[in-house]
Design a protein around this ligand. Structure first.
Ligand code: PEP
Length: 250
């Protein structure tokens, strides 16, 4: 099949790193990955974006942020705007990660506004959706992920074809419990159908899987027809593991 979507492997470093550790990790990644056939990005803490910008210059590694403000500028202490990220060469911004929804009270509306700000600045938002274990057990997975994505579709209209979606079941993040390839594909297919109904260009939209993806399970997940890459937390901090996942996507 002629596939319209290039795979994307994106690391989410979360609250990890130091100047020295970042330097070693990025150099190992650049040396190990060569010219991959998939896109590869690392979403790093904001203070390290300038360091990363110079480290990845000219290489195949793309730069991402872990969040973006829903505001353009002004009295919003601690926030980082999409335009600021763009100036630092940022190509992707994670929005609506479950940790931000959970610990920072981000609502579907806030997440949608953040996606809109990113798009307006020429940054691809990686929009995270996913159900908690309680929601899955209650049979609410479809309802929850569709509600989360519907808000972003509603706010962003025809620009929706420019986003990346990440399906991240909350119960699988950082827990070592991965959704089975079939479980993940089932939700990805639902999200794909929702995107198709919203945009004639839905086939272009990459839907990543996230949640304890690692060197051992990546190939089986990435072989599913609607899994177009991965958003990787823990395993993106070790060069060898992240390189294995990149190889599985190539
Ligand atoms: C994440 O934080 O987006 C994630 C998927 O984490 P982990 O791979 O560690 O489960």
């Amino acid at each position: 099949m002629n596939h319209p979507r290039k795979k994307l492997i994106a690391g989410n470093w979360k609250l990890n790193g130091s100047l020295a550790a970042n330097d070693a990790l990025v150099r190992a990644l650049l040396a190990g990955m060569g010219q991959p056939t998939c896109d590869v990005a690392v979403c790093v803490p904001s203070p390290y974006l300038a360091q990363l910008q110079s480290l990845v210059q000219g290489g195949a590694l793309l730069l991402g942020a872990q969040d973006v403000s829903q505001h353009l500028s002004g009295a919003y202490t601690g926030e980082v705007s999409a335009d600021m990220l763009r100036e630092l060469g940022v190509r992707y911004a994670i929005v609506g990660h479950s940790e931000r929804r959970q610990y920072h009270g981000e609502t579907d509306a806030v997440v949608s506004n953040k996606a809109q700000r990113a798009l307006a600045a020429g940054i691809t938002p990686i929009v995270c959706v996913g159900e908690t274990l309680a929601e899955r057990d209650a049979g609410e997975t479809e309802h929850v992920v569709k509600r989360q994505l519907a808000a972003v579709i509603h706010t962003n209209g025809h620009c929706i074809s420019e986003i990346v979606v990440a399906y991240e079941p909350v119960w699988a993040i950082g827990t070592g419990k991965t959704a089975s390839p079939e479980q993940a594909q089932q939700v990805h297919a639902l999200l794909r159908a929702q995107l198709r109904a919203a945009s004639p260009q839905a086939e272009r939209i990459a839907i990543l899987y996230g949640g304890s993806m690692n060197a051992g399970n990546a190939a089986a997940l990435l072989a599913q027809p609607d899994i177009d890459g991965g958003l990787i937390g823990g395993a993106s901090l070790k060069a060898a593991d992240f390189l294995s996942i990149i190889a599985a996507a190539a």
